[in-house]
Design a protein around this ligand. Structure first.
Ligand code: AMP
Ligand code: TRP
Length: 335
């Protein structure tokens, strides 16, 4: 049997932060040699909230360059841009027509984001999870590595698969049900300014997140200002101390140490000393990624070539699935 297939993606909206890194990309890199991997930059998802046309293309490139800088290896993985493979939009339409509206209205992310958009909330925001299902199903992905916040979207994807195969499969599995891959540590990195809220690209405060491309000065400033508590000693897993848990977890992930090692090292520290350690560790561990990023982004021709090849490889698989789906639904294919 061949390798199992993985698909995942990140939206080109704003800078990638430590949540994106530990929830998603770092895990992609760690497991890539065992799978056949497809990583896309989901630029069609990026327009489900108001976007800036002047920066969309550039932001898309930046994410692709970051994938490479973080260690995605083309020997194992294919990198491509969602909008370059038109099958994504087409399958999303077909799946729209079999997805009950109330499944979409129940999605937590939709409910949260629609509040921010008010009256002008677009149809695309409601439809976001169907497009995500199309991304995954086109590649018949076995596994989808994501952060905790995407779990509900994956359950919806599995429900769509069951419904589709039941209605149109005639006993066959035309599309494959994917499994979520959500790691315990780092699946939900919290904000630096409020340990009960997720670190997020859309938080209006820059101080709430550390971005992968932040300079040493920015990282120093953000950690200096981050929220702590007045209790002596540092500890994981105290529900009264969400900031303490989050900062220790971030340190654990950045340093590559175990929870026990971090507890032994930091348990008796004062906040001031811990912040110094965390700052140094963050700067040192992000530096190699930042250096690689600068190299990749400077060579636009190289990135263009990678995305062109990625598109070809992705489209081949995606178009085959799209054909199978259309035939199952009763369409005749063009001669
Ligand atoms: P997005 O920034 O929404 O495109 O998310 C890209 C990936 O990062 C997805 O797999 C998310 O689940 C993951 N992610 C986003 N924010 C966080 C966070 N605060 N903690 C862990 N994972 C996250
Ligand atoms: N919705 C995901 C997020 O914001 C991004 C995404 C789009 C995705 N399509 C996907 C993730 C397919 C995994 C697989 O985090």
């Amino acid at each position: 049997m061949g390798r199992q297939r993985i698909l995942s993606g990140v939206q080109p909206t704003g800078n990638l932060h430590l949540g994106n890194y530990f929830g998603a990309i770092r895990n992609w890199v760690e497991i890539q040699s065992q799978y056949d991997n497809y990583y896309c930059v989901v630029d069609l998802h990026a327009i489900t909230v108001p976007h800036n046309p002047a920066t969309l293309a550039q932001d898309t490139y930046a994410i692709a360059a970051l994938y490479l800088a973080c260690g995605i290896d083309l020997q194992y993985s294919t990198i491509f841009v969602q909008s370059h493979v038109s099958a994504h939009s087409e399958l999303a339409w077909l799946l729209n027509c079999i997805t009950p509206l109330n499944w979409l209205e129940d999605m937590i992310q939709f409910k949260e984001k629609r509040i921010k958009q008010g009256e002008s909330v677009g149809m695309g925001l409601l439809d976001y999870p169907v497009l995500m299902a199309a991304d995954i199903l086109l590649y018949q992905a076995d596994k989808v590595p994501v952060g905790e916040d995407q779990k509900q979207h994956l359950e919806l994807t599995r429900d769509i698969v069951d419904r589709f195969n039941h209605q149109f499969g005639k006993g066959k599995k035309v599309i494959k049900s994917p499994e979520p891959m959500i790691r315990k540590d780092g699946a939900r990195v919290m904000s630096l300014t409020d340990g009960t809220r997720k670190m997020s690209k859309s938080d209006p405060s820059e101080l709430s997140r550390i971005n992968i491309l932040d300079s040493a000065d920015e990282i120093t400033k953000k950690i200096k200002k981050c929220k702590t508590d007045p209790i002596a000693g540092l500890t994981f897993d105290d529900s009264e101390r969400p900031e303490c848990h989050n900062l220790l977890t971030i340190y654990m992930l950045l340093s590559g140490k175990t929870k026990d090692e971090v507890t032994a090292e930091c348990g008796d520290m004062r906040w001031g000393d811990f912040k110094k350690l965390l700052t140094e560790t963050a700067i040192n561990s992000l530096q190699p990624i930042q250096e690689k990023y600068a190299e990749v982004i400077a060579e636009k021709g190289y990135l263009d070539e990678i995305l062109r090849e990625g598109r070809q490889k992705a489209a081949e698989i995606a178009n085959q699935t799209l054909e199978d789906v259309k035939v199952a639904m009763g369409y005749s294919l063009p001669m």
